[in-house]
Structure formats: structure tokens, C-alpha cells
Write a protein that binds this ligand. Structure first.
Ligand code: 3PG
Length: 221
């Protein structure tokens, strides 16, 4: 169990970016997977906001090159469906102890959303040490992340919501940031229009930005 729990989060940290995807048609899933792999970003959070999510996770989850998770998981039952479909991690927009506990029972890593210090304390109480900061942009962006990181030195973050490529480096450089999430890499419109080469371009741009930001963070002053 411990290895499974560590595995997906470690992979997310190594990759550094979590593309959040709203798929209207599960038939777009294979092209999405190939586009992300070609861009060197073999990870996707498929949101449970459309009927296509479950089928898309089923398809993409079979590709051993990809780390596929489920997003917008609001209930324990959705977590069960996501795991049954093959999701290797679960993301929630907010903090719900029942979802967290069900994920633990299912032995799947969960990234619950937090937006306040109260949420952070609830997450820590449940034994969570990596959270999604959501909606990061509307909450105040990096200053908010820094303000929350200060009193919770053991908590680490995946800021998501309103993040753009332009802000990616600043978030990625913060030592409490595990990875950065967002839909700008594979937005609905590009998928609907089949513009997969643009998804690949955005994926590789994001990966390069995170690598450079982390190098700078680690370089001696
Ligand atoms: C999410 O579910 O994490 C967000 O909808 C992603 O936010 P973004 O579309 O602003 O990147």
C-alpha cells in the first residue's frame, strides 16, 4: 500500500505539471494521450465533469506510459468509479474527509483541494501532506501560497485554477510546490478541434519551464 501511495505522487512531482482535462468525447482520449507523451508530459487529470470522463480514464489508464488520474471527484462513490476505471490518483476541488478516507481505503493517492488555513488543518488531521491549492489564481496566486505555506511547513501544494504558462515558473520555483496544475495545456477547444500538435507544443513548453525553474531554485546563489 505504502508504495502505491508514494508512487503516483512521486511521479507527479517528477513530472512537475498536471494537465487538467475536460473531455467532451472519449474518442479524443487516445490522441490526447499521444500528444501529451510526445510533449514529454505523460500525465493527465481527467475531470469527472463530463460523461466521457470514465471511458477516457479506462482507455488512457491502460497505457503504461501515462499517469492518469481523476479530477473533480466530489463524493466517495465517484472515487470508487474513478479507481474502477483505472485512475491512479484522485483530485478534489475542496476538502472532504469522506472522500479522503475512501481513497485511503481504496489505496489510491488523493490530492484534496484546500483554499484556507482551516482546510489545511483539516487535511493535516487526515494525514494528508500534499494538497491542491484551488482556485490558486483567484485566491491570490503565489502570495497566497506563500502565506499558507508559512504556518504549515510540512504541507506541500499543487496550485491549480487560473494558472497560466506565464506564471508557471514562479509557482514551480517555490520549494513547497510539488507540481502545478491547469487546463491551459490541453484545453477543451484544442481537443474539440483536434489540434493535438498545439497540445504537444504546450506540454513541452511547460515541462521545459518547470525544469529551468527548478534548476534555478537549486543553483547556488
Ligand atoms: C481544475 O479543475 O483544477 C480547474 O478547473 C483547472 O483550472 P484552470 O481551468 O483555470 O486551469
Amino acid at each position: 500500500m505504502a508504495r502505491a501511495l508514494i508512487g503516483a505522487l512521486e511521479q507527479i512531482e517528477a513530472i512537475g505539471v498536471v494537465p487538467v482535462v475536460v473531455l467532451d468525447d472519449a474518442r479524443s482520449a487516445p490522441a490526447l494521450g499521444e500528444a501529451l507523451i510526445a510533449g514529454g508530459l505523460p500525465c493527465a487529470e481527467i475531470t469527472f465533469r463530463t460523461d466521457a470522463a470514465q471511458a477516457a480514464i479506462e482507455q488512457l489508464g491502460q497505457d503504461p506510459r501515462l499517469l492518469v488520474g481523476a479530477g473533480t471527484v466530489l463524493t466517495p462513490s465517484q472515487a470508487e468509479h474513478a479507481v474502477a476505471a483505472g485512475a491512479r490518483f484522485i483530485v478534489s476541488p475542496g476538502f472532504d474527509a469522506d472522500v479522503v478516507r475512501r481513497c485511503r481505503e481504496l489505496e489510491v493517492p488523493v490530492l484534496p483541494g484546500i483554499a484556507t488555513a482551516t482546510d489545511a488543518m483539516a487535511a493535516l488531521r487526515e494525514g494528508i501532506d500534499v494538497v491542491k491549492l484551488f482556485p490558486a489564481g483567484a485566491l491570490g496566486g503565489l502570495p497566497m501560497l506563500k502565506a499558507l505555506a508559512a504556518p504549515f511547513p510540512t504541507l506541500r501544494f499543487v496550485p491549480t485554477g487560473g494558472v497560466t504558462q506565464a506564471q508557471l515558473a514562479d509557482y514551480a520555483r517555490h520549494p513547497a510546490v510539488v507540481a502545478v496544475g491547469g487546463s491551459w495545456i490541453a484545453p477543451r477547444e484544442l481537443l474539440a478541434e483536434g489540434r493535438v500538435e498545439e497540445i504537444t507544443r504546450r506540454a513541452s513548453e511547460a515541462v521545459a519551464t518547470v525544469a529551468e525553474a527548478r534548476d534555478r531554485e537549486r543553483a547556488p546563489a
